[in-house]
Design a protein around this ligand. Sequence first.
Ligand code: ADP
Length: 222
Amino acid sequence: MIGICLDRVSKKYGSQTVLHEVSLQVDRGEIYGLLGANGSGKSTLLRIAAGGLRATSGNISTAGSTGYVAQKFSLYDDLSVEENLAFWVRCHGFWGVRSRAHVEEVMARLDLVQFRKQRAGTLSHGWKQRLALAAALGHRPSILLLDEATSGIDPEARRQLWLILQECAQSGMAILLATHHMDEVERFQRIGYVREGKLTGVSPAEARALVGYGGGVACGEK
Ligand code: ADP
């Protein structure tokens, strides 16, 4: 069953075309990985898929609501973990008892109950990323979009995040994720390589060859 489908999506900034007729489908239960150098167009593609940025041409269809985890932590440092989650759940139209139930559910699922009253700004980077993921999952989306959400966190926190993502996929979510970590390639059901705004489907071996994988090293780190 289709989760999200992009059909010949293009994006121009002035005279610069940053996405060229990108077509892509992610099924429910599938994890699709986006690879590519910095500036190739991955974030633009994810922002359009999330509905935050308008494509210049092409169509996007989704089988439900989307959750989006941006590259940069984008929650409120001064609000507690619980307050941040309540805010995002309410932004998606859930109030009162339902809002509280969603917040409790996602805090339990992502092991955030221990930090309930802690201000988001005081969390470690790994826990901030987990909070950002919780905020994206709080309204129970069918599609999850992640822009380098696993970058810059320690290996154990990354492993934990991946366990959550795999659970999400098993529960029927469609996941589209941009990464620089070549060791994550094996976790994807399908891989797309973005070069100068054009997307090509590749195998794990092709992906490694394209980015000159030297073994265990994240490619293209900023
Ligand atoms: P990636 O995520 O692969 O690093 P991006 O999608 O961020 O790539 O960027 C793709 C291209 O689009 C880059 O050349 C970047 O400079 C350009 N770009 C991104 N956002 C804007 C913007 N708001 N205005 C103009 N150009 C932009």
